[in-house]
Design a protein around this ligand. Structure first.
Ligand code: ARG
Length: 260
């Protein structure tokens, strides 16, 4: 197993441990809090932001991964979120800012899971799930097709319900702005674990703001387009260890083929 694959496997474990641990024992888990260093966000402003909850989550709310509504019945998420799972475990939730408030928003079960068949060999951490009950009338987010967009130095925004490492409330929708860093900066941080041809990274040299465990699969947005999918990182918001995102433009054709 490459060190990257090991890190992904560990990250997935940490995701469940982190949410289960709760605020009191969050220090036992690698890294800081959910969207780290961010602020409260509202799904009414970003209705395409989807919570992918799972019955195997140790968190009582089912909080597990993020996703992005890209068609009324299709959600883009991360391959590492769905690999090895079955459709019955999942509920997609739209429009619910606080996951413990189970009354707000819409829910759908899922009927199909697709993930990139090359996932596991580095990068390719993208998946598309099909909703049983389409979220008709909910605005969708377009996929970014511009291969230059991920390398621009632009500021991106990442959204999620994941770990805040104590910088915010648990299981509550958050967002944080993070500059895109470019392939060179990320390669020097992560060496060959970082795949410039299918990943982008974002963050600050000194850390402090990042996505984290439980945000995986969720959207990294620039200019109203889905530029990245939360994938991995060493810790969260640590100096010198930016967040790594699947590069949507690289997978545009295969994602589009799934979305129809
Ligand atoms: N793999 C994590 C998850 O399953 C996401 C990690 C993102 N890490 C980061 N430092 N940006 O939720």
């Amino acid at each position: 197993m490459s060190s990257k694959r090991m890190r992904l496997a560990l990250a997935a474990t940490a995701a469940t441990a982190a949410v289960f641990a709760g605020a009191g024992s969050a220090q036992a888990v690698d890294g800081p809090l959910p969207i780290v260093g961010g602020e409260i966000a509202h799904t009414s402003d970003t209705p395409w932001a989807i919570q992918m909850s799972n019955t195997n989550s140790p968190d009582p709310t089912g909080e597990y991964c993020g996703g992005t509504l890209v068609a009324a019945n299709k959600v883009v998420t991360a391959a590492h979120c769905v690999e090895g799972t079955s459709t019955g475990e999942w509920t997609a939730i739209q429009g619910r800012d606080v996951l413990s408030d189970a009354t707000g928003g819409k829910e759908s079960k899922i009927s199909d899971i697709w993930y990139d068949p090359d996932y596991g060999s580095g990068a390719h951490d993208v998946a598309v799930v099909t909703l049983t009950t389409p979220f008709d009338g909910v605005p969708t987010l377009p996929l970014n097709q511009d291969t230059g967009a991920g390398e621009s130095g632009a500021t991106a925004t990442v959204y999620g319900w994941g770990d805040t490492e104590g910088t915010g409330p648990a299981n509550t929708f958050q967002k944080v702005d993070v500059p895109l860093m470019g392939d060179e900066a990320c390669s020097s941080a992560y060496g060959s674990d970082y795949v410039g041809a299918g990943e982008v990274c974002a963050g600050y040299p000194d850390g402090g703001k990042d996505s984290c465990q439980g945000d995986s699969g969720g959207p990294l947005v620039v200019g109203g387009k889905l530029v990245g999918v939360v994938s991995w990182g060493q810790g969260c918001a640590d100096a010198g260890n930016p967040g790594v995102y699947s590069e949507v433009s690289t997978y545009y054709d295969e994602l589009s083929a799934q979305i129809g």
